[in-house]
Ligand binder design. Structure first.
Ligand code: GLU
Length: 219
């Protein structure tokens, strides 16, 4: 289990996400990635290797956005490659970072394949992105889609989820893998460890097992 950082703010969140990942590097990891929402679409950069390499790639891509998630991966399912690095994306709209292991990823993948979802990684985590998308299609509400997805998952997870349809919103879920919410003024954050958020806040809410949080700029 490795690192998660997320942010919803009025300013560009990319530097906050990157600094957060650097502060989680001590845990060890094999890949890193960031996804942000920008002007109605999703932008993502991910790489096997160090956060410093990600930082260079982000500068080249001029990645900027007000809502975003980031991850350092410690591979459990699938070797460390760009395709296996998080965030995982479904249909260019839902992006997910996941810490932990989804035990029932095989039956979920089989079901999703039947429904026409295409897989681009070997990870257990990619099923989460497709499952959120699947539920979102029905309800049109990201919190509800993540809650319904959580009910479908077996295993351990900390999740951060964003969707192009809902800029300014970040859903976090905890089951068997720690997550905290960082409280700012007009901006809020999530992380798998308080250390990631110390440059931006000293106020935290520690999620408990089974908690799902709806994080927005103002609440
Ligand atoms: N099981 C996931 C993967 O292999 C997440 C690993 C992690 O917690 O970093 O991608």
């Amino acid at each position: 289990m490795c690192g998660i950082v997320g942010a919803v703010a009025e300013r560009d969140v990319t530097p906050i996400l990157l600094e957060g990942l650097k502060r989680l590097e001590y845990r060890g990891y094999d890949s890193a990635g960031v996804a942000v929402l920008r002007a109605g679409h999703l932008e993502r950069v991910r790489l096997p290797g160090k956060v410093s390499a990600l930082e260079e790639a982000l500068a080249q891509h001029e990645l900027r956005g007000h809502t975003g998630i980031a991850h350092t991966r410690w591979a459990t399912h699938g070797v460390p490659t760009e395709n296996n690095a998080h965030p995982h994306v479904c249909n260019d709209s839902v992006a997910v970072v996941h810490n932990g292991i989804i035990e029932n990823h095989e039956p979920l993948r089989a079901e999703q394949r039947e429904l026409g979802y295409r897989f681009t990684s070997e990870t257990d985590s990619e099923v989460v992105a497709h499952q959120v998308h699947r539920h979102y299609e029905t309800s049109g509400d990201l919190l509800r889609a993540v809650r319904e997805t959580a009910a479908d998952l077996e295993g351990a997870y900390g999740l951060g989820v964003i969707d192009v349809e809902e800029p300014g919103r970040l859903i976090a879920a905890r089951s068997g893998s720690p997550l905290v919410i960082g409280i700012g003024i007009g901006e809020h954050f999530i992380a798998s460890d308080v250390a990631a958020l110390l440059p931006v806040t000293r106020k935290f809410i520690f999620l408990e097992e089974g908690d799902i949080a709806d994080v927005r700029r103002g609440s």
